[in-house]
Design a protein around this ligand. Structure first.
Ligand code: BGC
Length: 291
């Protein structure tokens, strides 16, 4: 390979990207957000990022009271935002309805809902139990349905609030590259994310006339506890990089920046879109050299 075709060496000593320092552009000032599954990983980052961007934030979680309280404190660090933690299982209809009522009462409204809660229960397909299937579909897909439905009900009821946002509300679905990349050993997870992709687009089409925007972010391999096996040893990391043309793992911050933008009026004409934040994982990396 000559100079033009040889990719630059990757400096693996680069420190991981840190959370946005305070204060970032407070483009969400005056808005109120609910983030599900916000006590760890990507949800934690998004809750903090929306808060640092000026929004009041409800931090939904199922386990980890202390983590949730720490996130509440971090959300409030940069300004006068309100924040509070609310425990609920997003796969349970009554809990979701109670959560929306509580958040609306506590924050005085909701403008942004981030459907982030998600989990994996991996198994070889012929060994996958119905419980593993149901748990993953229940949280990852039904949970997003239940929260999106409550959000749409609320956004339609309240309508556009001039001076707050040009839209009546924003729903952001956290999906995955596995909404289009099949994933052996993770059939329940891939099915749930494929479902999220079409659910998101169909809701977006239906509610656009009410000025409600519905979009998705599909993260690739992001350094969080959910995929620790894939990055925590040098061997695993090297294997992972074969799937990432950009040759670095994603950081939570990469998702946070996209989420803040999609929740803001800067993206007001965007609805029904999926933004792949994946370092090129969806670009058929096997074809870098083959084909
Ligand atoms: C999964 C991770 C995985 C990534 C890329 C995500 O949706 O949760 O475990 O590393 O997709 O395969």
């Amino acid at each position: 390979m000559d100079e033009k075709t040889t990719p630059p060496a990757v400096d693996e000593t680069l420190p991981p990207v840190v959370m946005p320092s305070c204060p970032i552009d407070r483009k969400l000032r005056g808005q109120k957000a609910l983030v599900t599954g916000a006590s760890s990983g990507i949800g934690r980052g998004i809750a903090i990022g929306l808060g640092h961007a000026g929004a009041d934030v409800a931090v939904n979680y199922l386990s980890g009271d202390e983590e949730a309280q720490a996130i509440v404190a971090e959300v409030k660090r940069c300004g006068d935002n309100k924040a509070f933690a609310y425990r609920a299982d997003v796969s349970k209809e009554d809990e979701v309805r109670a959560m929306f009522a509580a958040v609306e009462a506590e924050l005085g409204g909701i403008d942004i809902v981030v459907n982030n809660a998600g989990l994996q229960k991996d198994a070889a397909f012929d060994e996958m139990t119905l419980a593993q299937w149901n748990t993953v579909i229940g949280v990852n897909l039904t949970g997003q349905f239940l929260c999106s439905r409550e959000a749409v009900r609320l956004f339609k009821r309240v309508g556009v609030k001039p001076g707050v946002s040009c839209s009546a509300g924003k729903i952001l679905c956290i999906s995955s590259v596995h909404d289009i990349i099949p994933w052996a050993g993770h059939v329940n997870y891939a099915a749930s994310k494929g479902g999220v992709a079409m659910m998101m687009k169909s809701i977006a089409q239906e509610v656009a006339p009410w000025r409600i925007r519905v979009n998705a972010i599909s993260p690739g391999a992001i350094r969080t506890p959910i995929n620790m096996e894939a990055w925590s040893t040098p061997q695993a990391y090297a294997e992972l990089m074969k799937l990432v043309p950009y040759k670095r793992i994603g950081e939570v911050d990469d998702i946070v920046r996209a989420a803040v933008w999609l929740a803001s009026d800067e993206s007001d004409y965007i609805t029904g879109a999926t933004l792949y934040v994946d370092g090129g994982m969806t670009l058929y990396p096997g074809f870098e050299t083959g084909g």
